[in-house]
Design a protein around this ligand. Structure first.
Ligand SMILES: C[S@@+](CC[C@H](N)C(=O)[O-])C[C@H]1O[C@@H](n2cnc3c(N)ncnc32)[C@H](O)[C@@H]1O
Length: 254
């Protein structure tokens, strides 16, 4: 199992003045059979068995096993992935859990499918492009996910999986999938569309409104703003994620 190394920097000297800071340096170490070289010096390979160790330059590192959240960032990114902030709100609103059957389309890099497979019973994910399916398959294997089933399929034609608790779309024309979603969602099931453009949202909502057995719960845009906190210098970071996408939440009745 890979290891994470964290060096917590507590003080910094600028122009002769020492100040308390809270910065950290993080490294992911996949090969535990060799010494690890970094800007802070060399950490001997036998250090990976310990919880804490010092480099030859005297920097102390805390050491722990890499977790799902650490591995997640090492996936290959091909097509644009859904940011974690948007995945988080999908999980919170739908309440998906270890019994849920989830459908995800298009697969893209597989980021959403993998994040959800870590929590639910099964994820069935579909894409039309071989190259994207290849990237996603590799990511699923790398992440050692066993309950994510990937298939080449155009979801504007049909949805192969039945009794779906949560169906999530991240593709160019989600409105074309509404009539198929109707047939496969369980009563009370959730149907979510993630789109970067509000014109896609408008087309999607128009199509949903035509269906008696579907109702729109809400459309949201989630803005994440990270702050720098350094002593009394506390303000939003100048750079961050701007707009990612709109999320429309729909439910099935009947
Ligand atoms: C932005 S990516 C999805 C990213 C994915 N949600 C993730 O987090 O990694 C959109 C994907 O939708 C796929 N796609 C487009 N139309 C499709 C369709 N009709 N059926 C299935 N997949 C489709 C594209 O090939 C592309 O891989």
């Amino acid at each position: 199992m890979a290891k994470i190394l964290i060096h917590k920097k507590r003080k910094e000297t600028i122009e002769g003045k020492e100040r308390v800071i809270s910065k950290f340096k993080k490294y992911y170490v996949a090969d535990l059979t060799r010494d690890f070289h970094c800007n802070e010096g060399v950490l001997k390979k036998n250090a990976f068995k310990k919880k804490q160790a010092k480099t030859n330059m005297g920097f102390t590192f805390s050491i722990f096993d890499a977790q799902f959240c650490d591995e997640y960032w090492r996936m290959t990114r091909g097509p644009q992935t859904i940011p974690l902030k948007d995945i988080g709100v999908i999980i919170a609103i739908t309440g998906l859990n270890k019994n849920s059957i989830v459908v995800d389309a298009g697969t893209g890099s597989g980021a959403l499918a993998i994040a959800l497979a870590n929590l639910v019973k099964e994820v069935h994910t579909y894409d039309i492009l071989d190259e994207h399916l290849r990237i996603a398959k590799e990511n699923i294997e790398k992440m050692k996910i066993k309950n994510c089933f990937i298939k080449k399929h155009d979801v504007t034609k049909s949805i192969p999986q039945k009794k779906v608790d949560v169906l999530i779309l991240d593709l160019p024309d989600p409105y074309l999938v509404v009539k198929h979603a109707m047939k496969v969602l369980t009563s009370g099931g959730w149907f979510i569309s993630y789109s970067p453009h509000v014109t896609q949202v408008v087309d999607f909502c128009k199509e949903v409104e035509k269906q008696e057995d579907l109702f729109i719960v809400k459309t949201i845009e989630l803005i994440e703003r990270e702050w720098d906190i350094e002593d009394r210098k506390a303000r939003p970071k100048t750079q961050g994620i701007g707009h990612s996408g709109f999320l429309t939440f729909v439910r099935k009745i009947g």
